[in-house]
Design a binder for this molecule. Structure first.
Ligand code: ATP
Length: 316
């Protein structure tokens, strides 16, 4: 199978030399929905941004290889970068407020890239934009096109971003917590739309979320991140049926269940993601791990079991 994304050994530092992402390797096949999960601060967004060369300027990175859609993104020219982000990859950011220009009408933000990259007329752009806006749940898509972003709620802007990401028939969509600002009916509609475009058009999707239930339902494969590292990855069915890393086991345990009693509190993983010691030897999860052993502060073993199921833990 062809790879749509291939990252080897990515490390990202801030200017105080804190390690934010540590030795991440990731390969995503054409046509799959790949889930990237983990608590807040685990490095999902930075990893995703590195795929399209959009890392914040105050950060440095080192990598052996990053190829997106078969192109080495490290040496890309400005034009190639514009083409990658504007046409080949649809990026749906977590924070929609900074992504849309507040003073430009939706119809221009959504349509101009289509006219430019796809060589289409204004009329064609508006028709496609209107069709996509109705697919992401707007009942009045033609009115929405006339608005400025500041006239829309956070959830509406998120849906505009999703429609915008789909405009140029990209080969890859990176959706960073795409449904957090949406109510549950629209959430479902949006994710079902991802599923449809994945199945019908073969568009690959990276679904970044801390919502494990969502990722479980939609992804072929997943990677679980903790404190800047991938601690477990594999086919979703394997990882959910047979989670090997204690962190994944705990994450799965706290997925809300439908038979929870009213007012029952969702259990949480005690502690928080460590901000320090990410680059040190040993296991990054040892501070919170219920199964930690003395050896875990010294080293951590990388295991590969059947079906490309990978996990990083001293337990077998
Ligand atoms: N521009 C930046 N400068 C310094 N530190 C940063 C910067 N961007 C992110 N970080 C830090 O890098 C770490 C990983 O951040 P990242 O946004 O990738 O996490 P995440 O898993 O996507 O979490 P969330 O779901 O909250 O976005 C966090 O500790 C974050 O505070």
């Amino acid at each position: 199978m062809d790879k749509i994304v291939n990252i080897k050994n990515l490390t990202i530092n801030d200017n105080k030399n804190n390690i934010l992402v540590n030795g991440v390797s990731l390969s995503i096949e054409k046509g799959e929905i790949f889930g990237l999960v983990g608590e807040s601060g685990s490095g999902k967004t930075l990893t995703a941004k590195s795929i399209i060369n959009l890392l914040p300027e105050n950060l440095d990175y080192k990598v052996d290889l990053i190829e997106t859609i078969g192109k080495n993104i490290v040496d890309m020219t400005k034009n190639e970068k514009r083409e990658l982000i504007g046409k080949n990859v649809g990026f749906i950011p977590q924070n929609t407020i900074f992504f849309l220009h507040p003073m430009i009408k939706i119809k221009n933000q959504i349509g101009d890239g289509y006219i430019y990259h796809m060589n289409k007329s204004k009329k064609e752009a508006l028709e496609k934009a209107s069709m996509l806006l109705s697919k992401v749940g707007f009942e009045n898509p033609d009115d929405i096109l006339k608005y400025y972003p500041w006239q829309l709620s956070g959830g509406m802007r998120q849906r505009v971003n999703i429609a915008m990401a789909l405009m140029n028939d990209p080969q890859l969509i990176i959706a960073d917590e795409p449904t957090t600002a949406l109510d549950s009916t629209i959430q479902r509609q949006v994710i079902d739309l991802f599923k449809t475009i994945n199945e019908e058009l073969g568009i690959s999707i990276i679904l970044i979320s801390h919502d494990l239930a969502l990722v479980k339902h939609y992804s072929n494969r997943i990677a679980v991140m903790y404190a800047g590292q991938i601690v477990e990855s594999g086919f979703s069915d394997d990882v959910f049926q047979n989670p090997k890393h204690p962190y994944t086991q705990l994450l799965i345990k706290i997925i809300p269940t439908f038979n929870m009693k009213k007012n029952e509190r969702l259990s949480e993983i005690p502690g928080f993601v460590q901000e320090t010691g990410r680059g040190n030897k040993g296991c990054v999860f040892r501070f919170r791990c219920p199964k930690a052993m003395d050896i875990c502060s010294e080293k951590v073993i990388e295991n590969n079991i059947e079906n490309n199921h990978y996990y990083k833990c001293n337990l077998s």
